[in-house]
Design a protein around this ligand. Structure first.
Ligand SMILES: *[C@@H]1O[C@H](CO)[C@@H](O)[C@H](O)[C@H]1NC(C)=O
Ligand SMILES: *[C@@H]1O[C@H](CO)[C@@H](O)[C@H](O)[C@H]1NC(C)=O
Ligand SMILES: *[C@@H]1O[C@H](CO)[C@@H](O)[C@H](O)[C@H]1NC(C)=O
Ligand SMILES: *[C@@H]1O[C@H](CO)[C@@H](O)[C@H](O)[C@H]1NC(C)=O
Ligand SMILES: *[C@@H]1O[C@H](CO)[C@@H](O)[C@H](O)[C@H]1NC(C)=O
Ligand SMILES: *[C@@H]1O[C@H](CO)[C@@H](O)[C@H](O)[C@H]1NC(C)=O
Ligand SMILES: *[C@@H]1O[C@H](CO)[C@@H](O)[C@H](O)[C@H]1NC(C)=O
Ligand SMILES: *[C@@H]1O[C@H](CO)[C@@H](O)[C@H](O)[C@H]1NC(C)=O
Ligand SMILES: *[C@@H]1O[C@H](CO)[C@@H](O)[C@H](O)[C@H]1NC(C)=O
Length: 836
């Protein structure tokens, strides 16, 4: 069973298969309708291994042929899969793009449905991808074979209803052909087998192992004007056709030298044929020479077959007005022997006019389908004849369509977001969730991130989300983290021996639906290069040291290396990476990628050139000018929007847990973004509205309610944000030794009724008083002791925007308040009391 699973995995990987003993490379033999438990049996005659069709097809039902007929069929034909629902059902066969294949569909009705159907009541069509291949009749020929060049990593073979009964199939064979085979076979020319005859043989059918590629060579007709000849000598192989020796060792020749050997047929459906004729002479003592004509068209005059070697000729019949086609061999005057014919093939060209999905996009969506095991009635070509459910394609007037939109709502996904998504270069929208959140089009993404095309795929990776999985991973990370705490294992875990450490643990709990994060992954070497060997140190965060770096395309990045002493463990690292991957907003610091090697953990973010709000308020790190009130308010509006997005923009909500001025970063134009979200802080479920973890956060920002209860909710972020607001008002630290906490200090001063005592002296009165009051008012509401009394972040954003508007009106009116004490006093008396 293990071998079998292995085998299936190999099939799925789209690689060629080296099967059980003796089976050729590149054989995939599917016994349709076979129970998965029986998959992998070996055909006793040929040694070919048959697998069940489960991994290759989604719909359909399994059946057995009628008991009274069973004995007449080989094992693969004893079961069938039928497709009562859906107009079009397809098998997806793993292929290598550009390689040549033979595909064979065997349909043996065997009255599997007990309806005694006949060819008049049971018919359906076969399609090779988007292209019509043949029509199956219940009681007619039961073998359909085609040669094609694979366009992508998957070749769809479709059974399409035509209104006469339920399509079914017994067996599907895929055989990889040598690249030299059938020179006329090209990517835009597939061929449907019409006849393949072995002349002069008394064997009904020759196939594998005589034919290395498992082509079927049926016994040709007999004709009173021909006689059978054969040899037991070896006949040299022809690399363009690789005819089996057993086929080439028999032939027919005319009964007299001047007898024309002619093969003719009539077709009302096909308007042209591709023909291959195969010759090998068994004697070289006398001249055998003849003219070959194929429907009076392509010919070869004065042709002599090689001695004990094979020669194959291939050509087109051309279109025939009466539907009659023939191959005729006529001896020349000089010939001493009649014409000879060893084998003949005729194919109907498969029309390739139908548009199809760009092969690359097809491969990607198939990867996604497989990776997430999407059972969404996704079958055949993604765009044609109709787009898959949830898929939108570019203008189909072009012959190859691109996938431009993907909606995975309600698809019951499993797995993390995969970098496979980033491969859709034409994707414009991605709808990921069954909630109305995190539904972002690429155009919603921060435009500054869109400047380089190369970046675009990375952005997409960040803006797409598969929430179900993200929850699982975050919850898991939480569980691991909590477990660690319980076990009293220090959070500063020593570097792990190797990265897979955490992965098997995850797998153990969640099966293989859980995978590690897919995002831009850097090697330590990359980081060395990006940071010029960590030459520019730019700060220290909770995670570790931060270095400046530049990517290949000159994008500036901040590389956060995990230090050994960091209190962040691997689990938190994983959690952070997960949530970074999950969210994207213009007021959240963009995540570029990560490094996860033996002894090195690192996170790579966009570089925020102007440092932290903390630095600006404190005058640290070379900041000389204090921020104006207007800038301060704008910065907190933006920061509030970022936090609001964490709380409400994503499902489940993310609690930042460490909102502080050090985590509000400023970019080139002092635009603000929230950093360091991504610790373990996701709600476990909708019903459980908080998670209990040991109190965390930074000194001076501790939410008293959280401190007492250990219940972490969004309102803790609100509290912390209130502290941030008081900092921009006062310019002071939350904690001043001997003076108490900022909330108490501000409250005291406000009780004294004087806003100028509260406002940062460095502003030198340059602020709109009502704007300032409004911020203080919001801050005090945010820092209410009881979480339930605090406003939501959305309400905070609205209020702060009003404050900003007041300040902007002041600044834009050109009113420069220098001393402004009297104004302040007036304002204070007007607004002060209302502030509380
Ligand atoms: C697949 O979807 C198509 C339309 O999207 C529908 O007509 C067909 O019945 C579905 N097939 C199955 C098996 O659900
Ligand atoms: C189907 O054919 C079998 C014999 O081949 C016969 O016994 C049976 O009655 C037939 N059933 C129907 C529904 O015609
Ligand atoms: C088919 O492809 C070949 C090259 O592989 C090209 O020369 C030929 O023009 C194509 N034919 C059609 C009908 O597109
Ligand atoms: C001669 O070969 C033909 C196939 O080309 C076959 O049908 C026939 O049975 C053979 N005759 C004898 C006597 O073997
Ligand atoms: C073929 O040759 C024979 C003599 O070998 C002759 O009788 C016959 O007429 C010739 N047939 C044709 C069509 O030339
Ligand atoms: C065979 O072809 C040659 C060269 O075209 C021609 O001269 C000759 O008449 C042809 N023979 C027959 C029997 O058609
Ligand atoms: C894409 O999906 C396939 C199939 O699930 C998986 O094997 C492969 O690793 C993925 N590729 C990338 C780049 O994520
Ligand atoms: C594109 O499709 C049209 C029919 O839709 C067909 O005529 C044309 O040959 C196709 N072109 C190529 C390059 O396949
Ligand atoms: C997602 O957004 C698109 C447009 O931006 C909209 O058409 C679609 O209905 C939204 N989907 C959900 C589930 O909200």
């Amino acid at each position: 069973m293990a071998t079998l699973l292995c085998l299936i995995a190999v099939f799925l990987a789209g690689t060629t298969i080296r099967g059980a003993v003796g089976q050729e490379d590149g054989f995939l033999s599917i016994d349709c309708g076979l129970d998965a438990a029986d998959s992998g049996y070996k055909d006793t005659k040929t040694g070919i291994v048959y697998v069940s069709d489960g991994p290759y097809v989604d719909g359909g039902e399994n059946h057995r042929v009628a008991a009274d007929q069973e004995s007449g069929f080989g094992r693969p034909e004893k079961t069938v899969r039928s497709f009562p629902s859906g107009e079009r059902n397809c098998y997806a066969l793993p292929t290598v793009a550009g390689a040549k294949y033979l595909v064979r569909v065997v349909t043996v009705y065997g009255n599997y449905d007990g309806k005694n159907s006949s060819s008049s009541t049971l018919q359906f069509d076969l399609y090779l991808g988007v292209n019509y291949w043949d029509t199956v009749h219940a009681d007619a020929s039961d073998v359909y074979e085609a040669l094609f060049v694979a366009r992508a990593s998957w070749a769809p073979v479709c059974l399409v209803k035509t209104g006469s009964g339920v399509p079914f199939v017994s067996r599907v064979d895929l055989r990889l052909l040598g690249s030299e085979l059938y020179p006329g076979l090209t990517a835009n020319q597939s061929m449907n087998l019409y006849i393949r005859h072995n002349m002069g043989s008394n064997i009904y059918i020759i196939k594998y192992r005589d034919d290395r590629y498992d082509r079927f060579w049926w016994q040709g007709n007999s004709n009173p004007l021909w006689k059978n000849i054969s040899t037991s000598s070896a006949v040299a192989v022809n690399s363009n056709f690789a005819e089996p020796l057993a086929v080439m060792q028999t032939a027919v020749e005319g009964i007299r030298t001047n007898t024309t050997v002619e093969i003719s047929w009539e077709s009302k459906t096909a308007s042209e044929f591709i023909v291959a004729v195969h010759f090998a002479d068994f004697q070289n003592s006398q001249l055998r020479q003849f003219n070959i004509s194929i429907s009076n068209r392509l010919g070869r005059d004065n042709y002599s077959p090689p001695y004990l070697a094979t020669a194959g000729l291939m050509g087109w019949t051309g279109w025939s007005s009466d539907g009659k086609y023939d191959i005729s061999l006529e001896a020349t005057a000089a010939s001493k022997l009649p014409p000879i014919l060893n084998a003949v093939e005729a194919y109907i060209p498969i029309d390739h006019a139908n548009p199809m999905t760009l092969p690359k996009d097809f491969d990607i969506i198939m990867s996604i389908k497989l990776e997430y095991r999407i059972k969404k009635n996704w079958t055949g070509d993604p765009c044609f004849p109709a787009a898959w459910d949830g898929v939108k394609c570019s203008n189909p007037s072009a012959n190859t369509s691109r996938i431009i939109s993907l909606d995975l709502s309600n698809s019951n996904l499993h797995g993390t977001i995969s970098s496979n998504f980033t491969l859709f270069t034409a994707l414009e929208y991605f709808f990921d969730s069954d909630r109305d959140t995190c539904n972002k089009s690429i155009h919603d993404v921060n435009p500054s991130q869109q400047k380089s095309k190369a970046n675009r795929s990375a952005i997409l990776a960040m803006s797409v989300v598969v929430p179900v999985m993200a929850i699982v991973v975050l919850v898991l990370a939480c569980l691991i983290w909590r477990q660690k705490r319980k076990n009293n294992i220090s959070a500063d875990v020593p570097p792990r021996e190797s990265e897979p450490d955490i992965v098997p643990a995850s797998r153990k709990n969640y099966g293989d639906t859980l995978q590690t994060v897919e995002n831009r992954r850097f090697t330590y070497k990359d980081l060395e290069k990006i940071t010029n060997k960590f030459s520019q140190f730019i700060g220290q965060g909770g995670f570790g040291l931060v270095y400046y770096g530049r990517l290949e395309d000159d994008t500036e990045v901040a590389v956060k290396m995990r230090s050994e002493l960091s209190s962040h463990g691997l689990d938190e690292f994983l959690a952070e990476v997960q949530s970074l991957t999950k969210v994207h907003h213009r007021n959240l610091v963009s995540f570029v990628g990560y490094c996860w090697e033996k002894d090195h953990l690192a996170l790579v973010y966009e570089y925020m050139s102007q440092g932290t709000l903390y630095d600006h308020l404190r005058g640290n790190n070379g900041v000389r000018e204090t921020l104006s009130w207007r800038t301060r308010v704008r910065v907190v509006v933006e920061a509030a929007q970022g936090i609001d997005y964490l709380h409400k923009g994503c499902s489940p909500p993310i609690i930042h847990r460490d909102v502080k001025t050090q985590n509000i970063l400023l970019g080139q134009n002092l635009q603000a973004k929230i950093a360091d979200f991504g610790l373990c802080k996701t709600y476990l479920s909708d019903t459980q509205t908080h998670i209990s973890v040991a109190p965390a956060g930074s000194a001076g920002y501790m939410d008293p309610e959280y401190y007492h209860t250990g219940r972490l909710t969004e309102s803790s972020d609100i509290y912390n944000f209130g502290v941030v607001l008081l900092e921009i008002v006062t310019g002071e630290s939350p904690m001043l030794p001997g003076l108490g906490h900022i909330v108490q200090r501000v409250k005291k001063k406000i009780d004294a009724g004087n806003i100028s005592l509260v406002a940062d002296a460095r502003l030198r009165g340059a602020y709109d008083v009502s704007s300032m009051w409004k911020v203080v008012d919001i801050a005090l509401l945010c820092t209410a002791d009881i979480g339930a009394q605090r406003p939501t972040m959305a309400a905070v954003v609205v209020q702060l925007k009003e404050s900003l508007a007041l300040e902007e009106a002041r600044a834009d009116s050109g009113f420069k308040s220098t001393g402004a004490t009297s104004d302040t006093a007036i304002s204070m008396s007007e607004f002060g009391p209302l502030a509380r």
